[in-house]
Design a protein around this ligand. Sequence first.
Ligand code: PEP
Ligand code: MG
Length: 363
Amino acid sequence: EPELTGDFATLMGWADQVRRLKVRANAETPLDAKTARQFGAEGIGLCRTEHMFFDDTRIAAVREMILADDEKGRRAALAKIAPFQKADFVELFTIMEGLPVTIRLLDPPLHEFLPHTEEDVQAVAVATGLDAAKLMRRAKELHETNPMLGHRGCRLGVSYPEIYEMQVRAILEAACEVKKAGKQPPAPEIMHPLVAKGEEMKYLRDLTDRVAKAVLEEQGVALEYTVGTMIELPRAALRAGDLAANAEFFSFGTNDLTQTTFGISRDDAGKFLNAYIEKGIFEKDPFVSLDQDGVGDLIRIAAERGRAVRPNVKLGICGEHGGDPASIGFCEKVGLDYVSCSPYRVPIARLAAAQAAMANKVE
Ligand code: PEP
Ligand code: MG
């Protein structure tokens, strides 16, 4: 088991006395959450719920849900998913012992969930008793030319609200269960992905509050929770004031924000970025080290416009950049509250945050 000991632990202790930025981890499995804590993470900054669904035993139910051609079919599939979704959160919250946990509602680029082969379709047909030819037809209908700009993120929650309703219910029921078991639950931070517009945020906030109210009444438990949004689109950054009206926190999803600001596919950049780096057009890979100019401008604007509407809006970053020392330096300058990175980068982030705090004082 990884653990920080000896001189390394002492050094990290010094860093912690100096740094201002909190350091959280991106984690959705119990193993990652435990690793994150051993490395000193102060919470989970991004729990990607779609990653909880890829398991062989679960994917059939998820495919059944995605391929359903009406709400009734989706609800039937969601009823199969809800118990394991809730159990996952109970486990995660128990491990985190009251530390903050940000749960991002489902954001699958649809192609990652659609069945890829006839065999996949057969497996769903066998598992569900549904007609294979019909499932195949539906999979073709759902196919997108440009899935990263397609029916993903909160767009799924707007067109099929029952999906997000199931997730919000699972999160809050899990937190209530942890509390009833005498342990400290987190105040769950429920996060909506790929939001672009104030009206979208308002719709999602109302959905979340409506379900939360029902669950907390049913359970008879008092529990704090907050609702927030990822900032992953230039429009979201520019109109951050509109979002802040209904969002208590922002988390900069700089993987998508880099993709959408440059218009460079994060999955295909490797094919040509090297030439740009060789020719000095790019100094570094902007998907690894934050582009402090354009993407950085959008982050600054979002922080400013968000704070103008909600002065205490909590600000974090959860893209890959959250574990990159140069990017962490930028986050310190903009005054974010925390960075969130993969569990193994937490020690580096703690050191980089301390270094950034000192550099800021010297300047
Ligand atoms: C991001 O876009 O930066 C992000 C953290 O979300 P994902 O990587 O899951 O798209
Ligand atoms: Mg994203």
